[in-house]
Design a protein around this ligand. Structure first.
Ligand SMILES: NC(=O)c1ccc[n+]([C@@H]2O[C@H](COP(=O)([O-])OP(=O)(O)OC[C@H]3O[C@@H](n4cnc5c(N)ncnc54)[C@H](O)[C@@H]3O)[C@@H](O)[C@H]2O)c1
Length: 337
């Protein structure tokens, strides 16, 4: 029987950002349904602190039939769509699962949101759809120029959402966050890789010369921004979310090394990622007008993240079995030492 209570559907709720959305949503008393395929990147341990306080369905969003059951069983009136294949290096090795999940999965959600009269559909995209910025910050009105297969599938998904807004008046909003970091991030992403490698006494792989610039946003601030948009965001609009805190990768690596009492000798420069964007940077005037601001500085956020990882060494180590083979494929021999 269909529940009469209105619920927020969070796709990818067992992922890094999705789980933060679930934890914050539970604290606010939202009725939450999580749909997650539990790929290598999904982990219910991230939700252990809120176990029993949300409903979980292990479903692949690319499976339209299975997904439809969620909408017939629950009265979903808002969707935060955060499920995705997210790792750029993996998309370079094989883009197929990215097309399945990011493109087909998104279209399935659009179809069901329309059929079941969902009131608000938040599509979590990424700043990577803009491509690289040499100077200045991208505004929401700038064009999409994705440079890697992951970003291309995210841009494709956005285009489908945009088309549904215009063609069918889908009540959707597109959100483009900058690079996130924080607790529970899978250790294939830059910051947890560095921490894990330091903890294991291994060399830290830094692409190219480490000059690429990233804008770092703490995951708790990102989730708060998404919640702000859930309540105050205007249907049909797009919002960037960033911190205005930019750092090149080498400086970020050095900051973490210093915090953990190590020096540059632990750094190993590896062959650059093909198509590697030099810089991402987004203009956040629009979301700031809704009253949102990041609460954590990078210094506070990175210390908290290092501390969290030190206290969850076992969780990080568990991921190693899966990562070892993958690392062999991705990181090439050191070009420069
Ligand atoms: N992490 C970042 O720095 C960042 C920055 C900007 C945007 N984003 C976007 O935010 C969203 C969340 O990113 P994240 O870092 O939490 O990703 P993540 O890789 O940590 O988690 C993704 C989650 O989606 C689930 N998933 C994958 N394929 C699925 C499928 N077919 N059906 C159902 N569930 C599936 C996984 O099991 C996992 O729980 C993504 O849309 C990503 O593109 C992330």
């Amino acid at each position: 029987m269909r529940s009469t209570l209105r619920k927020v559907l969070i796709t990818g709720g067992a992922g890094f950002i999705g789980s933060e959305l679930v934890r914050q949503g539970v604290a606010k008393g939202y009725g939450i349904v999580v749909v997650d395929k539990l790929t290598y990147a999904g982990d219910l341990e991230r939700l252990a602190s809120v176990k029993g306080k949300f409903i979980l369905h292990r479903i692949d969003i690319a499976n339209a039939k299975a997904l439809n059951l969620i909408f017939t069983r629950h009265r979903i009136d808002r969707i935060i769509h955060a499920a995705a294949e997210t790792h750029v290096d993996r998309s370079i090795l094989d883009v197929t699962p990215f097309i399945q999940t990011n493109v087909i999965g998104t279209q399935n959600l659009i179809n069901l949101a329309r059929r079941h009269n969902v009131k608000k559909f938040l599509h979590v995209s990424t700043d990577e759809i803009y491509g690289e910025s040499v100077k200045g910050r991208f505004k929401e009105t700038d064009s999409l120029r994705p440079n890697n297969p992951y970003a291309a599938t995210k841009a494709s998904a956005e285009m489908l959402v945009r088309a549904a807004i215009r063609t069918y008046q889908l009540p959707a909003i597109i959100i483009r966050p900058a690079n996130n970091y924080g607790p529970w991030q899978y250790p294939e992403k830059f910051i947890p890789v560095i921490i894990l490698k330091i903890l294991r006494g291994e060399k830290i792989p830094v692409y190219g010369k480490g000059k690429q610039i990233r804008e770092w946003l703490h995951v708790s601030d990102c989730a708060k921004a998404i919640d702000t948009i859930l309540h105050q965001g205007k249907i049909g609009e797009t919002y960037n979310i960033g911190s205005y805190f930019e750092r090149n990768n080498l400086t970020t690596a050095r900051t973490i090394l210093k915090e953990l009492g190590r020096d540059d000798r632990s750094i190993q420069f590896v062959q650059d990622r093909p198509g590697h964007d030099f810089r991402y940077s987004v203009d956040c005037t629009k979301i700031r007008k809704l009253g949102w601001r990041p609460l954590l500085t990078f210094t506070q956020g990175i210390r908290q993240t290092i501390f969290w990882n030190l206290n969850h060494k076992q969780w990080l180590e568990q991921k190693l079995t899966h990562l070892q083979d993958y690392w062999k494929k991705v990181y090439h021999e050191a070009q420069r030492a």
